[in-house]
Design a protein around this ligand. Structure first.
Ligand SMILES: C[S@@+](CC[C@H](N)C(=O)[O-])C[C@H]1O[C@@H](n2cnc3c(N)ncnc32)[C@H](O)[C@@H]1O
Length: 127
């Protein structure tokens, strides 16, 4: 893929890209989130998820050259879906194809944030 568009076709279930960043526990994630909120130029690149009953976050705020952090949100027409995988006892977040994807399609997934406050501040979360 080039940035956030498919440069090759994907079949449903194929691995697309890793949402790469720092794997942090909830407390550290909340601390980082508060820090980033003070600087709007940071953007939002934090993905919260649960794995084996514990809450984690991948913090991809730091520009890394990795593509996963660049994918936009779609609640109504996602073509990718997040999946947690465990390798050597460490959790990784990946995006897999939710359906067959053609070359040139924008790769999008549902960020999953349904909180009223977030939707009020970011109306595109509804789309
Ligand atoms: C993880 S980043 C996605 C990549 C980002 N678009 C970029 O160019 O770096 C998340 C941010 O992208 C923007 N974004 C993601 N999905 C969007 C959408 N469907 N409509 C408008 N902005 C969106 C929002 O600013 C959001 O905070």
């Amino acid at each position: 893929m080039v940035q956030r568009f498919a440069t090759k076709p994907f079949k449903k279930g194929d691995f697309v890209v890793e949402y790469a960043g720092d794997l942090v526990e909830l407390k550290e994630a909340k601390f980082r989130e508060e820090t980033y909120q003070k600087d709007i130029s940071c953007g939002c690149y934090m993905y919260f998820f649960s794995h084996r009953g514990k809450s984690y976050c991948i913090d991809a705020t730091r520009e890394s050259g990795k593509y996963g952090r660049l994918l936009n949100h779609s609640r109504t027409k996602p073509n990718c879906v997040t999946k947690t995988v465990e390798i050597a006892e460490k959790a990784y977040l990946i995006l897999v194809a939710a359906r067959d994807i053609a070359v040139g399609e924008e790769l999008v997934y549902d960020y999953g944030d349904r909180s009223k406050e977030a939707i009020q501040n970011n109306p595109w979360l509804k789309e």
